[in-house]
Design a binder for this molecule. Structure first.
Ligand code: ZN
Length: 401
């Protein structure tokens, strides 16, 4: 009797061990799947992106030249959710995805400078000072960067509100965190970037608008003088003006310049077919025709990069000035977010779009892994035994009782 009891005890321990071993295997599978889908997948996808080649002036030696190419990354519309409309799970998921994508891109691609083209926050337009502080804290954690990489942020309508809800207070708190002013010039490696507050280009003479326009005009004058410096040394209007690199600027702004609609836009991440033909509203979807013309006159840019539409597009203004609409960086707005990589010199540039992992693909991987787990669990429970063996098993159980 004692022997039988000890046999039963050993069998029970063996059974428990087997079950524990199986559960451990399942746990390992789940952890491996999570590590791949939430961490490694960003490395696998972004590793395939590369800085595009750019023509380099012949008179420079190759070593000098590779150092003189500016590696710039452009992304847009991160829309960090706020406390009013944001569900905590949505926030957690989207912010984790953007943080991993950004941090992986930084470590693999090592850009010199990163520009975010507005709508960093979703509720900056109405958030309380406490909610604003919380959003900023999360942004700074997600988009942390080493000292060798600069991060510049352009203002968007969700950060300070559309023109009619934009106030000096909201603009100031944004400017304080991101050191942003409209008409700010960033000159790196001889390349000039002009950052524009496109929300303030309403043209109605409001205080913020007049100040922004005045700053832009002043900067335009400076840039024109720098461009002419080699030809006209004795230009009186340019005497005493600070000298900037003599290179046509690149405009960075949130609203795109005026275009009728997205009908002409092509590519897998352009607007959906049913949205493409919807006419854009001036001063809401795109800048007004007047403001767009002003920017082109003032700056004669060689390239414009903008956000706001969440979809991709390439437009040619006046037949020669390209504008790139940078799609949203958030999986909340797209299945296939991306960012632009630019190799830029004072005279030339070359752009490449780096796509991030497709959300649908990650979900598919989770579904397949879930199905495999389900099958393993069922197999373990011996439900896959043929009915005859299953019945025999039941009878044996019955007899034992
Ligand atoms: Zn926007």
């Amino acid at each position: 009797m004692a022997m039988m009891r000890s046999d039963l005890g050993t069998m029970k321990i063996l059974h428990l061990k087997k079950r524990g071993c199986f559960l451990l295997k399942l746990l390992c599978l789940v952890v491996l799947m999570l590590i791949f889908c939430e961490f490694l997948v960003y490395y696998v996808v972004i590793f395939q992106c590369h800085w595009p080649e750019v023509k380099i002036e012949a008179h420079r030696s190759s070593r000098q030249s590779s150092a003189s190419v500016l590696k710039a990354m452009f992304l847009s519309d991160t829309h960090l959710l706020g406390e009013i409309k944001g569900h905590w799970l949505d926030k957690l998921r989207r912010e984790w995805q953007m943080e991993r994508a950004f941090q992986t891109a930084l470590s693999l691609l090592e850009p010199d400078i990163v520009f975010i083209l507005g709508d960093v926050f979703d509720e900056g337009k109405w958030s309380s000072s406490q909610a604003w502080a919380d959003d900023v804290r999360r942004f700074q954690k997600m988009f942390r960067h080493p000292v060798r990489t600069e991060l510049m942020v352009v203002v968007g309508n969700h950060d300070i509100g559309f023109h009619y809800e934009m106030t000096t207070y909201k603009l100031k708190r944004f400017a304080k965190v991101f050191n942003f002013t409209s008409g700010k010039l960033i000159a790196r490696k001889g390349v000039n970037f002009v950052m524009v507050n496109s929300v303030a280009l309403e043209g109605d003479g409001c205080t913020v608008c007049s100040r922004a326009e005045a700053k832009l005009m002043k900067l335009s004058h400076k840039l024109n003088c720098s461009h002419q410096q080699e030809q006209i040394h004795s230009n009186k209007r340019c005497s005493g003006v600070e000298q900037l690199p003599a290179s046509e600027p690149i405009l960075l702004q949130h609203y795109p310049l005026y275009r009728r609609s997205d009908a002409e836009c092509t590519g897998e991440d352009s607007a959906l077919p049913e949205e493409k033909n919807i006419p854009f509203k001036e001063k809401y979807d795109v800048l007004s025709r007047e403001a767009s013309q002003k920017l082109l006159w003032w700056f004669h840019p060689r390239l414009i990069l903008s956000g706001h539409t969440h979809s991709a597009c390439e437009v040619l203004h006046n037949g020669k000035i390209p504008e790139i609409s940078v799609p949203s960086f958030s999986w909340r707005n797209r299945n296939n977010p991306s960012f632009i990589m630019g190799s830029i010199t004072p005279t030339d540039f070359s752009l490449y779009k780096c796509f991030l992992p497709l959300e649908s693909r990650v979900v598919t991987i989770y579904c397949i892994a879930g199905a495999i787990l389900g099958v393993l669990i069922l197999a373990h429970l011996q439900l896959f035994n043929p009915p005859f063996y299953f019945a025999q098993h039941l009878i044996r159980k019955h007899k034992a009782v």
